[in-house]
Design a protein around this ligand. Structure first.
Ligand code: ADP
Length: 628
């Protein structure tokens, strides 16, 4: 019989398994059981709509047997089975999901990365961590012939026809020989198998059976024991989400999460709840501690796995979570849904909508709890996913803003720490009427803005907006507890005293001719040129008028089609007490040509200070050199 070769990428993973220095070899059993359970799911699902299958839920089982003499461990299921082609394509190539994701992430896996392997669904190949030879006998449901797939690892596999009565799969592992460092024999011990099934596969919904021998008191001989052999069910079969919270350890929650959702980090937070009332369902929701690896790719799908009465009907039901919670992972199990529900009808389904609303509410209230009870954890969460909540505030013209605004955090200039809007307002000194914010790359850069200085001098704090979405989010929020937001680089801050205002107005009035000439020279680039009293030591800066701020305009211009985006209406501000102002007056009176050059140079300088590009850098450089 001709040996076939594994596909290149499969071979790579296989090599990693065979030569694995991975210490947690025991997870192979979890992987094989999970495959068996999936295969039974498929046939069970079929049996619900196709009576010719002739099986009831109680007929399905997974059977384990160990033969210490032959050093074999066998795992059988009566699930859907595989045809010869399926054996070939499923076991000769890495299947989708876990294994493949892992492979892509770890293209250049170092030895230390190998520790990570076992935490993913590594699949069928993990059996080669403990077995020197693996035999798979399978008969697909509805087929007449069965096939046997055999492989001793790297040098390929064979497939031949064989005998098997019922549909299903029997996997036999020929265990490796024990070495000084590795004890493979213990995987053949009854108590080890018991323990591993409890640890990894307890929630599997079909019975995992094994013939077990125990010592029991001998009824015939007083004080003596005898060996008794019986088939026992090793797992409790209750899905994790149906168990009582107090029966589940955080380790179990984590194990389940990592295995089911292919993450090698522990989840940041687990929300396990039961809902009764308008919608009855059990739900287990996880907040990851890092962004899911494909989160920013277009293939990422939000959603929760949807079950009805313990049977999975959809792996990712997007309608169950709003976009701003697209990062959560989890499961919803409701008795109120029909098994035959399709993706299309789901969207219309009233019950699904009710469930989605309840889940949204629950996640929000959990986050609020976290915010008040475990600030450190909440800030960790916010560092990773806060930006999603801000987009949530902005989306749909602020339709969801009220439910999200109390979950927002911003760093502030004075504290350097995160504050909620409520905390900011509560610590506002007497006389502060607005919520001040400034946009910038980082809190450090914002602290250096000329405008920040002026606000700080009044004893007020400034929220740092460092994400693109921030200013858009507050533009739909408009106010918080009656306090309006003010961009310190744009809006009237309302902090100058009446005398200060009057003095500045007078200065502007007397410089009117010079300023309007400057505006003429700069043309469409600016809407006005003004003298300012709040620029600290800086000569010039740009501010804006109207709805679109400078920073919003920057964000918009970065978006697709951005060159046509709305532009900010720029105002060139000149520091009235800076020597440059005197200089300008002088030139305006004596040398109009030079005055015009100064206008251009100052405008471009202001663009640089505000983090904008200069439209014609060469011309700018030439003008500066000429004047030097
Ligand atoms: P994964 O489970 O991540 O898809 P595996 O390598 O574990 O990857 O399995 C590959 C494929 O082989 C499975 O998707 C399934 O189609 C098939 N398979 C594995 N074990 C069984 C089984 N016991 N019964 C039927 N099909 C199976």
């Amino acid at each position: 019989m001709r040996k076939k070769q594994f596909k290149a990428e499969s071979k790579k993973l296989l090599d990693m398994m065979i030569n694995s220095i991975y210490t947690n070899k025991e997870i192979f059993i979890r992987e094989l059981i999970s495959n068996a359970s999936d295969a039974i799911d498929k046939l069970y699902f079929k049996s619900l709509t196709d009576t010719s299958v002739g099986m009831n839920k109680d007929d399905f089982e997974i059977f384990i047997s160990a033969d210490k003499d032959a050093r074999t461990l066998t795992i059988s299921d009566n699930g859907i089975g595989m045809t010869a082609e399926e054996l070939e394509s499923n076991l000769g190539t890495i299947a989708k999901s876990g294994s493949l994701n892992f492979k892509q992430e770890n293209e250049d896996a170092q030895e230390s990365d190998i520790e990570v392997i076992g935490q993913f669904g590594v699949g069928f190949y993990s059996s080669f961590m403990v077995a020197k030879k693996v035999e798979v006998v399978s008969k697909a449901y509805g087929e007449d012939t069965a096939h046997k797939w055999v492989s001793e690892g790297a040098d390929g596999y064979t497939i031949e026809e064989c005998e098997k009565d019922a549909a299903g799969t029997v996997i036999t592992l020929y265990m490796k020989d024990d070495t000084e460092n590795e004890d493979y024999s213990h995987f053949l011990e009854q108590y080890t198998i018991d323990e591993l099934i409890k640890k990894y596969s307890d929630y599997i919904r079909y019975p995992i059976k094994m013939e077990e021998t125990h010592s029991v008191p001998d009824p015939d001989k007083e004080g003596e024991y005898k060996e008794e052999t019986a088939v026992e069910v090793l797992n409790s079969m209750v899905p994790l989400w149906r168990k009582n919270k107090n029966e589940i350890t955080s380790e179990e929650y984590s194990e389940y999460y990592k295995n089911k959702f292919f993450d090698y980090h522990d989840p940041l937070h687990v929300i396990h709840f039961k809902s009764e009332g308008t919608a009855t369902f059990d739900s287990l929701i996880y907040i990851p501690s890092a962004t899911p690896m494909d989160y920013y790719s277009k293939d990422y799908e939000k959603g929760l796995a949807l079950y009805t009465n313990g049977v999975m009907i959809m792996e990712k039901c997007g309608d169950l979570v709003p976009d701003y919670f697209s990062f959560v992972k989890g499961i919803v199990d409701s008795a109120d849904l029909s098994l035959n529900i399709s993706r299309e009808t789901l969207q219309q389904d009233h019950q699904v909508k009710i469930i989605a609303r309840a889940i949204d509410k629950k996640i929000k209230s959990e986050l609020k709890k976290l915010l008040s009870k475990d600030r450190e954890k909440y800030e960790k969460f916010f560092d990773v996913f806060g930006v999603q909540l801000k987009w949530g505030v902005y989306a749909d013209y602020g339709a969801e803003k009220d439910g999200l605004k109390d979950l927002l955090l911003f760093k502030t200039v004075n504290t350097g720490k995160y504050q909620t809007l409520k905390e900011y307002i509560d610590s506002m000194p007497q006389g502060q009427e607005k919520i001040y914010y400034a946009c910038g790359e980082s809190p450090e850069k914002i602290a250096l803005l000329p405008q920040t200085e002026a606000v700080k001098q009044k004893g007020f704090d400034v929220l740092c907006f460092t994400d693109d979405v921030d200013e858009f989010a507050v533009s739909v929020l408009m106010e918080y507890e009656g306090k309006h937001f003010a961009n310190i680089c744009k809006d009237d801050l309302g902090i100058a005293s009446d005398e200060e205002k009057k003095a500045l107005d007078e200065k502007n009035e007397s410089a009117k001719d010079m300023l309007s000439e400057m505006k003429n020279i700069l043309g469409e680039d600016v809407t006005a040129v003004k003298l300012s009293d709040s620029l600290g030591a800086h000569a010039v800066c740009l501010s804006s008028e109207g709805y679109v701020s400078l920073d919003m305009a920057k964000v918009l211009s970065r978006m697709p089609g951005g060159s046509n985006a709305v532009k900010a209406q720029l105002v060139l501000e000149i520091n009235s007490s800076h020597p440059i102002t005197e200089k300008l007056f002088g030139l305006f009176a004596e040398d109009r040509e030079k005055f015009s050059k100064y206008a251009h140079i100052l405008y471009n300088e202001a663009r640089l200070v505000s983090g904008l590009d200069i439209e014609n850098p060469t011309e700018f450089a030439d003008m500066v050199s000429e004047l030097l």
